[in-house]
Design a protein around this ligand. Structure first.
Ligand SMILES: *Cc1c(COP(=O)(O)O)cnc(C)c1O
Length: 428
């Protein structure tokens, strides 16, 4: 449930008219509802209140420091996948002891920063990474805690690009190898502390089954490791709980929680969760203005001012995002149209063959469920300025990211000195 709704046929974000925000701040515009963010966190967190747990919001879903700060205030921990996300977490006021660091390609430098900050643990994804982590911790004269991300080889039944827990994926370590690595670390890598075990199987999961399958395997592994004298205190279940984009019926957090709690009963671990999409996805919309419409013998095109540089998911995964008129009920004809952006790529679309009310130049459209993997995946392709982001709180709003300027666009770029000038000097 979210706090975007119609009043007298005008779309509102909490207590503010979306049209007014678009008129004042321009488009394309990302609008987030603070109340929705908080509600989503509370629903998720309280579903696990009976068991020891730590919710670590996965920053990559929406990394604006205002969003991260909202979750800091709700008591969230954080899942980071880069030094940049560590920086954002610290800027937003996160407590380092609530941070877990995931990802297959952490650099020594990133590891060093995270160790110095004192994060809770590293989710390690290869034997080489484990050795590197030990070396970095040793150089700093510190201990680093780790969990191995075990690849449970289960099919999350989601889009192949966001499946991560299959044997063929680049993520994690297979079970047998993971056991060997824990034992090796225990005996040889003296700067490391084995603290947990991690499994993240993919994103936008709409069934409980794959989570349960992964947990069954992980549970057995925890018991095996304990027999080897490796005391696993944290079980990181990862993220991946899906949301409704187009009629999917993902399990509600309490249903997911019930299954997870049942599966991990008696294991005596603190559970870690890394939800991203489920916390922020439906808390954000992307507002775009129609520039032109165009009819060809094959298609109706609605050309809008948001492109794949603003919202990549449709072009990258073929994802569906609902599109609603900011002013509805005008009785326009229902047409089938492609909603496309200004970018010079055929993959630049927000919707294809969509049945929707006819729109005309100047109309505002709201692209729903854009709070996750929206702005964070945006780019400057075609030298387009990244959109602004605004947080709504009741009847107030806060611009939490300014729209970029042309000067921002070339920041850091340098033109080398003219070659001929150097030559003439030599001849001089
Ligand atoms: C992306 C990611 C998440 C978050 O996934 P969602 O589907 O957004 O919940 C959690 N953990 C890891 C390791 C990830 O890479």
């Amino acid at each position: 449930m979210d706090y975007f709704s119609y009043r007298k046929n005008k779309l509102y974000a909490e207590g503010l008219s979306v049209e007014r925000l678009a008129d004042e701040l321009g488009t394309p515009l990302y609008i987030y509802s603070e109340r929705t963010l908080k509600r989503h966190f509370k629903v998720f967190d309280s579903a696990f209140k009976k068991v020891p747990h730590l919710v670590c919001y996965s920053i990559k879903a929406n990394s604006n420091i205002a969003v991260v700060n909202t979750f800091v205030n709700e008591g969230s921990g954080f899942d980071i996948v880069s030094g940049g996300e560590l920086y954002r977490a610290m800027k937003a006021g996160a407590h380092p002891s609530s941070i877990v660091f995931s990802g297959v390609g952490k650099t020594a430098e990133e590891m060093g920063c995270a160790i110095r900050e004192g994060i809770l643990l590293f989710n390690v994804e290869s034997g080489e990474e484990l050795r590197q982590l030990d070396a970095v911790a040793g150089r700093l004269g510190k201990k680093a805690s780790f969990a191995i991300r075990v690849n449970p080889d289960v099919d999350p039944k989601t889009h192949p690009y966001i499946s991560t827990g299959l044997k063929k994926n680049k993520f994690g370590i297979a079970r047998e190898e993971a056991i060997k690595e824990y034992v090796y670390a225990k005996n040889n890598l003296t700067n490391l502390i084995p603290l947990g075990i991690d499994t993240h199987i993919g994103s936008q999961l709409t069934q409980v089954g794959p989570f349960v399958d992964a947990l069954k395997k992980t549970k057995r592994l925890v018991r095996t490791l304990r027999k080897e004298g490796i005391d696993i205190k944290y079980l990181d279940v990862g993220g991946g709980l899906g949301i409704t984009y187009e009629g999917e019926k993902p399990p509600a957090p309490d249903k997911y929680a019930k299954a997870v709690i049942r599966e991990t009963a008696g294991l005596d671990v603190t559970l870690i969760f890394e939800p991203g999409r489920v916390l922020v996805g439906n808390a954000g919309i992307l507002v775009t203005r129609v520039l032109y419409t165009k009819k060809t013998p094959q298609k109706n095109f609605i050309i809008v001012d948001a492109g794949m540089n603003d919202l990549l998911r449709p072009g990258l995964y073929g994802s569906y995002h609902a599109i609603e008129p900011v002013q509805r009920g005008r009785g326009g004809a229902v047409i089938t149209a492609d909603v496309v952006g200004p970018i010079c790529e055929t993959g630049d679309f927000i919707a294809r063959d969509r049945e929707m009310e006819e729109a005309v130049g100047g109309d505002l459209l709201a692209v729903k469920s854009a709070g996750a993997y929206g702005y964070t995946m945006s780019s400057n392709y075609n030298s387009r300025l990244r959109a602004a982001e605004v947080m709504v709180r009741g009847r107030e709003y806060f611009v939490i990211k300014k729209r970029e300027s042309y000067a921002d666009l070339v920041r850091g770029e340098v033109i080398p000195p003219v070659k001929t000038a150097v030559k003439s000097k030599k001849r001089g």
